[in-house]
Design a binder for this molecule. Structure first.
Ligand code: G3P
Length: 215
């Protein structure tokens, strides 16, 4: 399973990249706004220098012409830029156009199997189902991932299932068990994946025993 980081924080991206576990980056308007990046394109250029993999940049237009204009403009920045469009009618139309021209597309804000099916038919490179936001409304987010993975396998769609809105390590583990292609997660979750109390206790014991030997 590929690991993407879900952030627009350059320090976090650098840190995760240094661990050797990062395959790509996803951003969205909320994440960019949170970091206060006034120069969106400049920020994307910086990210492309740090990570050699798909970098999702989301359009904010909701009509086809606007999405196309924004998307073409963003795609010029770097070959790894993946245009992120919302799962609405214009988003599907834009997806079809971009993919037919070799531009990668991440269709976001997916909350149902039928939406995921439409994105695959429109040629999406990635479909982003939001597991955490479904969990928030007492609906099983990971069940949606299972349903989409089965559907895509049934018909051999190339679209990759990108598990988004990940809130904790178990979302990552379950995504891998189901066989999702990609999981995008906040930096905090990557850190949480590393830690185990028995590792810390075991390491401390090794170091203490080593000190005894040295006198
Ligand atoms: O990038 C989209 C998604 O991961 C957002 O997550 O935590 O705001 O639901 P969240």
């Amino acid at each position: 399973m590929k690991f993407f980081i879900d952030t627009a924080n350059l320090k976090e991206i650098k840190e995760a990249a240094s661990m050797g576990v990062l395959d790509g980056v996803t951003t969205n308007p909320s994440l960019v706004s949170k970091e206060g990046h006034k120069d969106f394109k400049g920020m994307l250029e910086e990210i492309c220098k740090i990570v050699d993999g798909p970098i999702s940049a989301e359009v904010v237009s909701t009509d086809l012409d606007g999405m196309l204009k924004e998307g073409y403009d963003l795609a010029k920045i770097h070959k790894n830029i993946t245009i992120k469009v919302p799962l609405i009618k214009a988003g599907l139309q834009a997806c079809k156009r971009f993919t037919s021209e070799g531009i990668k597309v991440n269709v976001t804000l997916c909350f149902s199997p039928n939406q995921a099916l439409l994105a695959a038919k429109a040629g999406a490179t990635f479909i982003s189902p939001f597991v955490g936001r479904l969990d928030d409304i007492s609906t099983n987010g990971m069940q949606l991932i299972e349903e989409i993975v089965v559907m895509y396998e049934n018909y051999g769609y190339d679209t990759e299932v990108l598990v988004a809105s990940v809130r904790h390590p178990m979302h990552v583990v379950e995504a891998a068990q189901i066989g999702a292609h990609v999981c995008t997660m906040p930096y905090k979750v990557i850190e949480q994946l590393i830690h185990h109390p028995l590792t810390d206790i075991g390491l401390q014991k090794f170091l203490d025993d080593w000190k005894k030997l040295k006198g």
